[in-house]
Design a protein. Structure first.
Length: 257
């Protein structure tokens, strides 16, 4: 009887010890599976992952964090970088291809094909070459060139806002400035000038629909100046002289960015 009690006691003891070991292992596995926060400043990117993170941050609208990964002079300040005319209109991105290319001079080169969804400038798939240099332990983008762009949807809005100019010979110069102030609404400044003294200026609000607009201004006796927008240009037509500025000059012409 004593032997039976002893065996039962040992069995209970061993089972209890085994249960303790199993519980310990489970707790260890759960703890190790919890991802710990990572300080982005501690990450050292290689050229390819730098570009990948840059594009993903644009897609997440983390423009200040994307700005940190570049040193491209032509992209300007953070405000310019994140403006609607530049990267600020991007709402999402999708990387289709990304790979390291052979270096060009002292720059590392990364080739990318990516879709950029941009509510202001239209959705497009770009094939790009990013040029990078190393700054300390990290890499930064120092230049970017578009190899090819394909507009994914011709019905998407064009990048209308910006500065346009038109020059006819050496005697007539025209300029158009458009600043977006609302949905399909732009503040316009249109100037035409000639060496002989013929000049005119219009300013007001332009409402664009289906990449076209008609402007009228009763105070200027202007009754139907038409604007037809396409990629990086606008054709202004006043063939009926509804907005006269002088005997030999008008607002007509093709204005390009």
């Amino acid at each position: 009887m004593k032997k039976l009690i002893f065996l039962v006691s040992c069995s209970i003891f061993l089972f209890s010890c085994g249960s303790g070991n199993v519980e310990s292992e489970v707790n260890t596995d759960l703890t190790s599976s919890i991802s710990q926060p990572v300080d982005v400043n501690d990450i050292t990117y290689d050229p390819t992952s730098t570009v990948e993170v840059f594009i993903k941050r644009l897609g997440n609208q983390e423009f200040s964090r994307a700005y940190e990964l570049q040193a491209v002079k032509k992209w300007g300040s953070l405000d310019e970088f994140s403006s609607k005319n530049n990267f600020g209109g991007i709402s999402s991105t999708e990387i289709k291809t990304i790979k390291q290319n052979p270096n060009e001079g002292d720059k590392s080169v990364v080739y990318v094909e990516a879709l950029y969804n941009d509510k202001y400038n239209g959705n497009s798939t770009f094939k790009q070459k990013f040029y990078l240099k190393q700054f300390g332990e990290n890499w930064k983008i120092v230049d970017m060139k578009v190899v090819k762009s394909d507009e994914s949807d011709s019905n998407e809005p064009l990048q209308i806002a910006g500065e346009y100019s038109c020059r006819i010979g050496d005697y007539q110069r025209k300029s158009l400035s458009l600043e977006i102030i609302g949905r399909d609404e732009y503040e316009m400044s249109l100037v035409v000038g000639e060496i002989s003294g013929c000049s005119g200026e219009l300013s007001g609000i332009l409402h664009v629909s289906n990449n076209k607009a008609v402007y009228s201004d009763a105070n200027f006796d202007c009754r139907g100046l038409t604007f037809s927008f396409s990629k990086d240009k606008v054709i202004i037509s006043d063939n009926n002289r509804t907005c006269p500025v002088g005997a030999n000059c008008d607002f007509n012409g093709t204005y390009t960015k």
